[in-house]
Design a protein around this ligand. Structure first.
Ligand SMILES: Cc1cc2nc3c(=O)[nH]c(=O)nc-3n(C[C@H](O)[C@H](O)[C@H](O)COP(=O)(O)OP(=O)(O)OC[C@H]3O[C@@H](n4cnc5c(N)ncnc54)[C@H](O)[C@@H]3O)c2cc1C
Length: 395
């Protein structure tokens, strides 16, 4: 007998086959192939535009969000089936955005109905690109020390201050931003969560150039920026709860997306590069053992991700679990990239090549180093785990 999930799966497969352009079924060649959307987004091809439009119309860029806010309204097992069918066909993600992975979940929990109606459908369709204004020059790990000020002036706030490491601030349309609204209160209790347009007068960005010559980062400056009061998410001075909730989603995204996405299969890369011995096993025995150990850990982590996602749906998960996923997922990715580089030998040093599938291995290896810093460092995640899961004493 066909279960609902099976008939749904068949329907999904047929729809994807008919609607996902062949070009969007090719593996990503580099980060430049990803689609971030937004007012200023330049599509790489008609296929990329079409794929976003089609998935956006169905709400399948955010399959589990409610339909009234632009989502697909799918149940969790249906969304999982959609992801699995996309993976089986090799479909690229139609849209990667901080709106989807970070702001959206926070708005769904803390936003008013009007805020949800205003922002979520534009996120789902990739019309507005968001950036994250959390870190400041003196507030990274100790985020609650942030000093950007927002003063209340009747129906609006006036924001002054500086953010740093704001990824893609120069390309984003709107920012979700942590600001201090009460300077007299304890540091965690005087913070609010604001949304505003990056084109507001008084907002400016300055790219931070890295040694590689390119960087997604910016410094972001606010000088007397006027923000309507209706753009306050959650309670005045209650922004820390929103910020923390968003961070759990950011950490799940960073830890989990590396596994859920189209990460290369290490053993396949190694087999292509090194070939097999006379008994058909990977030619290098030392690497073979390390890769086997890695792939067992990777399989266990994937199962853990699924288990945690199920528990989350029923509200049974300790919020600090996101720190476990973030820590383990990012350390795992660093191991993956090390093993890929070890497998490729000198071929792995190619920098510009699109000649081979492994053409950007060196960049992916270098990029993985930042995984255990962004969204809160590994040390900070371990502190959270020790305190909130293991119950060890701390400050
Ligand atoms: C790729 C990338 C993208 C980013 N994008 C954004 C963005 O879009 N928006 C944004 O707001 N921020 C962004 N960040 C900033 C990021 O959130 C911070 O870098 C991070 O929180 C660490 O803060 P910090 O750099 O100030 O380091 P610090 O807090 O100064 O930490 C320095 C070192 O001290 C250690 N340390 C600090 N406190 C403790 C402690 N209590 N116990 C043990 N060790 C400790 C840290 O682990 C680290 O090794 C991004 C960072 C990266 C790498």
């Amino acid at each position: 007998m066909t279960t609902v999930a099976e008939s749904f799966r068949t329907e999904v497969r047929a729809w994807l086959e008919a609607n996902c352009p062949p070009e969007m079924r090719q593996p990503l060649r580099s980060e430049a192939d990803m689609c971030w959307g937004g007012r200023r987004w330049k599509f790489q091809s008609d296929a990329q535009r079409l794929w976003l439009e089609r998935m956006g119309e169905r709400g399948w860029t955010v399959p589990e969000w409610p339909r009234e806010y632009g989502g697909g309204g799918l149940a969790r097992d249906e969304a999982r089936a959609l992801r699995e069918e996309m993976r089986a066909l090799g479909c690229r993600s139609p849209l990667d955005s901080f709106g989807i992975s970070m702001l959206g979940p926070a708005l769904l929990k803390y936003g008013t109905h009007e805020q949800k109606l205003e922002h979520l459908p534009k996120i789902a369709r990739g019309e507005i690109r968001w950036c994250q204004g959390y870190s400041e020059p003196n507030a990274g790990s100790d985020l609650a020390s942030l000093a950007t000020r927002a003063e209340e002036r009747g129906d609006h706030f006036v924001v002054n201050g500086q953010k740093i490491w704001t990824s893609y601030a120069d390309k984003a349309d709107w920012i979700f931003c942590l600001v201090r609204t009460d300077t007299g209160a304890k540091k965690h209790t005087g913070i609010s969560f604001l949304l505003f347009d990056m084109e507001s007068p008084g907002v400016s960005t300055r790219p931070i150039t890295l040694i590689s010559g390119a960087s997604p980062f910016c410094e972001t400056f606010f000088t007397d920026v006027k923000v309507p009061r209706r753009n306050l998410v959650g309670e005045l001075n209650g922004g820390w709860s929103v910020a923390k909730y968003l961070l759990t989603h950011e950490r799940n995204m960073i830890g989990g997306s590396i596994e859920r996405g189209s990460a290369p299969v290490v053993s396949q890369v190694a087999l292509r590069s090194l070939g097999t011995d006379e008994s058909g096993r990977l030619a290098d025995p030392g690497l073979r053992a390390r890769i086997a150990e890695f792939e067992v850990d990777e399989a266990a982590f994937k199962l853990t991700l699924e288990r945690v996602a199920d528990l989350m749906k029923t509200g049974q998960v300790n919020p600090a679990m996101s720190s476990v996923l973030k820590y383990y997922g990012t350390e795992l990715n660093k191991r993956r990239q090390e093993l890929i580089m070890a497998s490729l030998g000198s071929d792995g040093l190619e920098w510009e090549s699109t000649r081979s599938r492994e053409g950007f291995a060196a960049r992916a290896w270098l990029r993985s180093k930042a995984n255990s810093i962004e969204g809160g460092t590994s040390e900070v995640q371990l502190n959270i785990v020790s305190k909130r899961i293991l119950g060890l004493p701390g400050e």
